[in-house]
Structures are given as structure tokens and as C-alpha cells.
Ligand binder design. Sequence first.
Ligand code: GLV
Length: 327
Amino acid sequence: MKNSKPLVLMTYELPENWMGDLLNQFNVIKGLPDQRGLDKNLIIHLDQVEGILCLLDDPLPGNLLKKAPKLKVVSTMAVGVDNIDVSTCTRLGIPVGHTPGVLTEGTADLTVALLLAVCRQLFTASKDARQGHWTNWDPTGWLGVDLKNSTVGIVGLGKIGTAVGERLKGFGANIIFTNRSPLPEKISSLNAKQVSLDELLKTSDFICLHTPLTEKTINLIDEKEFQIMKPSAILINAARGPVVNTSALLRALKNGQIRAAGLDVTDPEPLPPDHPLFELDNCLITPHIGSATIQTRKTMALMAIENLKAGIMGTQLPFCVNPEIYQ
Ligand code: GLV
């Protein structure tokens, strides 16, 4: 009986109450807990698999996907799909599911939390207090910068960028942004100005990155971009690590080309604990936790499972990255 159910490979373990009826409906084989991607435990089943449930750090290159002739769906528990060879999936007629929308607010909250933590030096101040350096009320100690009347530049005004803009507008910041296409309605709702990337980098006090990772956005922020930022600029990246060139960022932070950075994503990821970025007091790093709230992660899991089920049943995925395959 077990073997007559469609076979699903799942690269990770989830709490049981996040999985809906997944385990009843399918024959699910899970990856090893300490390994990412399709480990050897999973690869041996590729010729029989009908669905793959993966995470954003599981690489799914075309050469692996081509080894799965029965594959009907790839479903990731993430909004970003840069780990999946979507064009090969599209060519093979395989729908790719993701989880847009649900993580917008959580990721925007985390972006603002990082920005505030960096601009008010919360990490250093807290560390100093613990280490006995809080000896008096120091008029010039742990000084931060104001958000009110500052200029916040949002690179990529999609759902998350917009939610960040809405929040920061509430702090009295002026919002400018870049986007691939003109967004006149955002200009009025956020009272924002759409500008070129160069203008944004030159004039922003805070720069928040919210672009997806594509061939065009790899190293979007590199040596040249750091050179034109204000020395007082604070860079926040809660998008994807490779949008920023890590060596250029390290140099910019060390040489005072910018004031500080808050990173929820890095390149590489995970960032090794001995990485020089961790040694800097002006760099706060969190381990890619933008969507990490109980409600959001559970919803993401259930959405990913809905996509998986639809794909295996041959109906259109509710949240499909490549809907052109249905045309
Ligand atoms: C988070 O980074 C996601 O893509 O879901």
C-alpha cells in the first residue's frame, strides 16, 4: 500500500503539525538532518520521485532535475527560487512552487529591526553593558543616528521593499527607491521618489536591499557602489547575500567607506564563524531569519505542501513561479 503512493523527497524535517496530511498522502523520504540539498540518501530515489520539497539553500541544478523522469513538481518553502534551475524545470514542463506574500511582513519587520539595531549600536551597547563598560551615563557613549528626516533608499520596491518603506515612513524618514519598472502609485502612497541606483547610493543615509537574486543583481553592490555611498551610510541586506560583493563590503566597513551594515543574508551562507565580517563592531549579522516567526514559517510550510499536492495531482499550483508551463 505504502509504495502505491506517489514518492516525495523532502530535504528537511518539519514539526508534525506544520505538515498537514503530507505523510498520509505520500510516501515521503526525508534528507539527513545535517545535510543540505539532495544528499545521497535522496539522490538514489530520483528515478522514482514525483515531487520534491526543498528549502532555499538546497541547490537543485538542471542536471539533477533531468535525472527525475517522473518529477511533476518542485516546491520550495521560500519566496526566492535562485537555488532552483527554473528554466530547466520550465523546459521540462515541471511547475515550481514558492511561498510569496506570507513572509512580506515578517521580513519587513526583521529589516527594520536590523536597521534600528545597527543605527543605534544595540549589539555593541548590550555587549559593553554585559562586560562592565557601563560605568556611568556617558553623554557621548554609544551614539547612533536618527531615522527621522533621514533618507532611506530602497533598492527594489516589490512587496517586501514596499512594506519596509511603509514602516520607515512611520519613523519620519524620506523614502527614495529604485525599481525595474516605473511605480507611480508607490510614489504617491509612500510619498517616495523613484531614482537611479547611482542617485540612491549617493544620497541615502540608509540603503535597504530588496531585490531578488538574478544574473543582473549578483554583485549589484560592489567596489564602485561603495565608493559613491556616503561615509555615514548604513547598508541593510535582507534579500540575498550575493547581491553584495562580500570582499568589497568588508573593505568598505573596515576603511570607513560606510558607517555600518546589517546583514540577514551573506555570501557565503552560512557565514563561517571565523569570517572577518564577524570581527567588525560595525557589522551586525543574523542567520537568514527574515521569515522566522512561528506563524509565518508554519504558513510557508503549509503553502509549500499545497503547491506540492497540486503538482502531483496535475492541477495548477496555487503559487507558481513558472505559470507559462500551463499555456
Ligand atoms: C527567504 O529568504 C525566502 O526567499 O523565503
